[in-house]
Design a protein around this ligand. Sequence first.
Ligand code: V47
Ligand code: SF4
Length: 400
Amino acid sequence: MTKIISDLELLLNDQNLDPTLKTIAAKVQAEERISFDEGVYLFEHASISYLGVLANLIRERKHGDNTYFNRNFHIEPTNVCLYTCSFCSYSRLLKKREEGWEYTIEDMMNIVRQYDDQPVTEVHIVGGVLPQYDVPFYAELFRTIKAHRPELHIKALTPVEYHYIFKKAKISYAEGMALMKDAGLDSMPGGGAEIFHPEIRDGIAGGKCSGEQWLEIHEEWHKLGGRSNATMLYGHIEKYWHRIHHLDELRKLQDRTGGFQTFIPLKFRNKDNAMSYLSEVNSIEDLKNYAISRIYLDNFDHIKAYWPMIGRQMAQLSLAFGVDDIDGTIDDTTKIYSMAGAEEQNPSLSTYDLVRLITQVNRKPIERDTLYNVLQDFSDHIFEEDNQFKGYLELPVVQS
Ligand code: V47
Ligand code: SF4
């Protein structure tokens, strides 16, 4: 901690530092909020080292070295989708539907049952949008999962699905979210946010819920006492100010409800989608984006790096740029990113791998549940060379 404060003091005393960057550093030191224009300025003018100092200071103020992960698995009901988001490697499948999968409730329960003897705490359910997946279907799915394993946290669906199924059922967002809660929904993941501004959203994700509708559905969920996450798909055709507009909309909603838990920047990957002609942004840009998100979203507790998307080493680096959470063990149950060219083609990390990833960069591995209750502090566990935990035997390791 002492070192970080002195790094900040070095910045503040630097005679050559751009005056606007000095003002922003002073605001961060005083725990004041930065403005929209200052956010854009950071993207345009701040160096990676400057951003690292500020973002890490905030991260350590909030969490010290704690780095959170959970044990989860994914279910993707279908990889066919009637929308045609141009960044998505799923949407192209509608024309050759038979090549994809469309799970029934029983298919999905078979996946749930595979984890019966595993210490997972969360199932993350999200996939494409198709007419057979409607309000009665999802309500029955949630009820069936809860009847089978009541303590398993259901983090499911995004405003993209909710907007579609509630419209089809002719019910309001408030009514729909209350129905989902009643059926067993525990929290909402952050997907479907992309870039809120219509100038970009209409071009890459036309037809599905608007940015305003995405925010409205989260707001209704928060009003019911629910918690949720938020994402941003960056590094394609958007400008820096579109990213800040996106963060600003989230910050405003969070001021009203306090219902968001974590923000997850998602780097656009360009394999096998209608935007494959675009290059992907480089790793420096990724780190800057994490850091600026950490600085701008002063009312969000957590910033998450989604390791299957950026790879394990970048996830480790991100922990020095504002990130305090690296998602979960996941297994290899999610395909949306590997299909889009993500670093991890079969993403799967055992608990041991995750803990080691975090300790290798001198952070403290903390297993959390979905709502960030601390389940276990792994920092005192010592490893032997043969990749086994030493000093604790009772907790099973989720194997890949
Ligand atoms: O909304 C789709 C993104 C999202 C691509 O809440 C792509 O804990 C990059 O939201 N390149 C869904 N991204 C996943 C998601 C998520 C992931 C992990 C954790 C949580 C959480 C939420 O995936 C979509 C879209 O923005 N996506 N295609 C692509 N080519
Ligand atoms: Fe469908 Fe979601 Fe892919 Fe868009 S991003 S095509 S809504 S699965």
